[in-house]
Design a protein around this ligand. Sequence first.
Ligand SMILES: [Zn+2]
Length: 475
Amino acid sequence: MVSVLACAALVGGCSRAISGIPTTLGGYSTTDVAGLPAANGPSGPKEGAPESPLKVEGTDNGAMDKLARNAVADIDAYWTATFPKAFPGKRFEPVKRLVSYDSAGPGVQLCRENTAGVVNAFYCSSEDFVAWDRGTLLPQLNNSFGPMAVVTVLAHEMGHAVQHRAGTVTSNDQVIVLEQQADCFAGAYFRHVAEGSSEYFRVSTGQGLNEVMGVLNFIRDSPGDSDFRDGNAHGSAFDRVTAFQYGFSEGPQRCAKMDFNDVQNRTTLFQAWKPIQKADTDLPVDQQSLDAVEKSLRAVFRDTGAEPPKIVTEPKGCGSQRPTSPASYCPNTNTISLDMSALQKIARPPNKDAAATGYGDFAAYAQVASRYALAVQKAAGLPLDDEQTGLRTACMVGAWSGLLVEDPIGQRNPVGNLRIVPDDIDEGVSALLGEKSLIAANVNGDQVPVGFARVEAFRIGVQEGLAPCSTKYGA
Ligand SMILES: [Zn+2]
């Protein structure tokens, strides 16, 4: 996040109307995942599933290749059945070859590239084949996220095969459009698995999909590296999860509609409002930053008419109300009390290698914003502890975030003097995929149990602003 001290000129000249983005389909409740019941349960290969006879070149016949082969067989079966309905008059043909290689072994020539050291999985469009690194990438995904992570990556690569067969992309399309569409097609396939229709795999709509979204978060573009116009952009975590959710909720037809404009209107790989040094984009958790955050919350929620809550930096009792960490909202006194050291821990920059790692500054301030959103809900007469409270809260935190973007998502005007940089929203996504965030939690700190719903509510707020937070997630 960046605090902007003198930005009257920047903000003054751009009063455009709020333009609506079409709403997504599906249910919006804590017991519903895009129309499917929310449930935890086993995810992974089905017991007693067959071994696919598909031929894999270069295979070592190990566990990773078997998993990948069964995944491709299952994805083939899905597209064989779905393709003619989604793209009338067309038939799905499996890819010409499947190739396994070991990035740590002797290199082989694939798609005009030597595979030595190439920790990747890819679709080669010029020769119509899918290849994967069984030595490093697949075991890494499997060990970090479970077997469905391998299926996720192959569903994405097969999504590229689908787009070339369906003709939903042209050679002029930007990489980001191709990548977003492949994530979307992967989401469409995962709905079929979540519905229980897959021969080989199952995935729970709770923890199972949470892990799949965790994979997309893990393979996101490094923050600040590129904006979406760059030739190598694959999407932020927000973009990738969004595309996956579109495919899951609305099916392949939604994916087919993806083009440059569609992506441009919602990507969070936007250009930062001015060139900023990476080191300058994390606000320390201190009184000065907190004042800037409070001002921005007041500005964003001013039109709701809610009386702004007091924000204090020491613990405050609240009768019988259970306190929550790192921020606690007391409805009776309309006060938010903060645990600054807990906030500072969350604000540590994410670092996969460090023992004590946080989510980044935005994730910390989003916890504060979530308690502010409770004050707004209280003023509107909404319950603070029912099933929907956490979703409304995530949506409102998303709406606040979306209004801090200088390069406006959905052509909205930025509000106040605080701006976010492209990786801030991904810090929010990471925190939402975790177990202990308040961003999608009610006044008692109970987080909405289903990650898909948490991320979806936040995303809708980012994309559409405040209005749907009460209409879609009404009490
Ligand atoms: Zn791709």
